[in-house]
Write a protein that binds this ligand. Structure first.
Ligand code: SF4
Length: 138
């Protein structure tokens, strides 16, 4: 039986329920996931995604850095500062030229509730639009 080098207490990344998990890590690899009992969200329970869906963490083709597309259509690695400056500049340009309601923000059930809150705040307070939607709104 494997013994973890360390256990990481974190939040399941799959949906907004926010189940609390322990990631058992050995040699830098997650090999087991347990639900935590010390919280009021999941009381130790996890659905199948939360318990077994962690292959993506170590996938060799996982995106770990921003990519910027050049004029020929090729993707090139960029720093976070470069990528964020580009996006901020483009969004500011669109807002100034076409108005705040020309932009919409779509959030995700894979974000935490706190991240979804921040995205709607960004839309309303920074962009100036109420065009906010979420993939779970049906
Ligand atoms: S374990 Fe399942 S229900 Fe809980 S946060 Fe993850 S995906 Fe959502």
């Amino acid at each position: 039986m494997l013994t973890a080098d360390h256990i990481v207490h974190t939040t399941c990344p799959y949906c907004g329920v926010g189940c609390q998990v322990d990631l058992h890590v050995k040699d830098g690899l997650i090999f087991r996931v347990d639900g935590r009992f010390d919280n009021d969200v999941n009381h130790g329970n996890l659905c199948v995604k939360g318990r077994f869906g962690y292959d993506f963490v170590h996938a060799p083709d996982r995106l770990t850095r921003p990519l910027l597309r050049d004029r020929e259509g090729a993707f090139n690695c960029a720093s976070w500062d470069e990528a964020l400056d580009l996006v901020a500049g483009r969004l500011g340009h669109i807002r100034d030229q076409y108005g705040p309601d020309s932009i919409a923000v779509l959030t995700s059930a894979k974000c935490t509730n706190e991240e979804n809150y921040l995205l709607q705040k960004f839309a309303r307070a920074v962009i100036g639009t109420n065009n906010v939607d979420h993939c779970a709104r049906l």
